[in-house]
Design a protein around this ligand. Structure first.
Ligand code: NAD
Length: 360
């Protein structure tokens, strides 16, 4: 099959890690008989340099017309790079908000997986790390508290601030459907996280999730209060498969879940909209401190490309092959500098890309 991928290398280490992910996709293409056609798109600081804005309408149009978007990272150093002299809406990171909005992405997927070879980086108790974990947080991205009406005013002489947490049933249904579809590709278990003992929006959330669950009889569903979930993530993370939650809870829980894996260069992510089009990017940033030195870890971006294969192209076998190659690389003791430990083999960014390709 042929797939058109819009590629956004971006700034900092972006171009280095994206070119390794493309190399991996091409290896998958050769092995499984697919062709990936790439169209380069400028976003972030490089787009400001070329066009004066972090994302042009043409660039967004190219992304919209593709089958999926692969992004490295955008951004530079505040106080050093001249992009930060611009107003906030023209800085590199504004491109991220613009593309997410322009593509109508409402579901953010952040897997958290503990590789047994990197267990020592996990900050949890040894017996918890020994049990391992493999979960994906599905976070609603365009509603809730971050997008509700807000104001700050003086009421009876007292400064008062109000934020509104609002969800309608359609917003909840579409993200719940995504979470159940994802669960069908995994271990068929959804834990829906809310605060239904206090919030009306959470009570509606859990009602709609139970309605959606009826269409997915193979998937087991459980509700968990967000405060309990925060505890369970550090106490017994092995219990989670798909965690479905609203915007703010997801913001916090996905960072907590990332933290317990211990290695930022390994964390992939995806943002999905109504159809199959998705934006795939590592969870880390542009790492300007190591840019241009061929020492970034490309695994988060390679695993994001694997998510693209699975969720935008429905190529599950191919995605499995990439994930297995990453596991094999780690088993074989190959490491970039960020995950290096004694007795292992240190490789560059390109060296890691090559090592993954050899194992596909
Ligand atoms: P960062 O994730 O870029 O870097 C944090 C630390 O982790 C740095 O020491 C960096 O060297 C290291 N690191 C990150 N990715 C790595 C990798 N793949 N391999 C090895 N080491 C890696 O976060 P930051 O320093 O807070 O941000 C730097 C810039 O990136 C800022 O301009 C920020 O706005 C931007 N940023 C962009 C995105 C994005 O594009 N989605 C996300 C976060 C930050």
């Amino acid at each position: 099959m042929n797939f058109n991928v819009a590629v956004i290398p971006g700034d900092g280490i972006g171009p280095e890690i994206v070119s390794e992910a493309k190399k991996v996709l091409d290896t998958v293409g050769k092995k499984f008989g697919h062709e990936f056609t790439y169209t380069n798109v400028l976003m972030g600081g490089v787009s400001i340099d070329a066009h004066g804005v972090p994302l042009t309408d043409e660039a967004l149009e190219t992304a919209k017309n593709s089958d999926a978007v692969l992004l490295g990272a955008v951004g530079g150093r505040v106080g050093v790079d001249k992009w930060y002299e611009l107003p906030p809406n023209l800085r590199p990171e504004a491109g991220l908000l613009a593309i997410r909005k322009g593509l109508g992405l409402f579901a953010n997927l952040r897997p958290a997986y503990l590789y047994k070879e990197l267990k020592s980086a996990c900050p949890l108790k040894e017996e918890v790390a020994d049990a391992g974990f493999d979960m994906i947080i599905v976070r609603e991205l365009t509603g809730g508290l971050y997008f509700g009406e807000r104001k700050t005013e003086v009421v009876d002489g007292v400064r008062t601030a109000i934020d509104t947490l609002k969800y309608d049933e359609n917003e909840i249904r579409r993200i719940a459907v995504k979470a159940f579809e994802i669960a069908m590709k995994r271990n068929k278990k959804v834990i829906s996280v809310d605060k239904a003992n206090v919030l009306d929006s959470s009570r509606l959330w859990s009602q709609v999730v139970s309605e959606v669950a009826k269409d997915f009889p193979e998937v087991t569903v459980e509700n968990m209060l967000v405060d309990n979930c925060a505890m369970q993530l550090v106490k017994n993370p092995a219990q989670f498969d798909v965690v479905l939650t609203e915007n703010m809870f997801g913001d916090i829980l996905s960072d907590e879940a990332s933290m317990i894996t211990g290695s930022i260069g390994m964390l992939s992510s995806a943002s999905l909209g109504a159809g199959k089009l998705g934006l795939y990017e590592p969870s880390h940033g542009a790492a300007p401190d190591i840019a241009g030195q061929n020492k970034a870890n490309p695994i988060a971006t390679v695993l994001s490309a694997a998510m693209m294969l699975r969720y935008s192209f429905d190529l599950d076998k191919e995605a499995d092959a990439v994930e297995a190659a990453v596991r094999k690389v780690l088993e074989d003791g190959i490491r970039t500098v960020d995950i290096m430990s004694e007795g292992k083999t240190l490789v560059t960014c390109t060296g890691m890309g090559d090592a993954i390709c050899e194992r596909i």
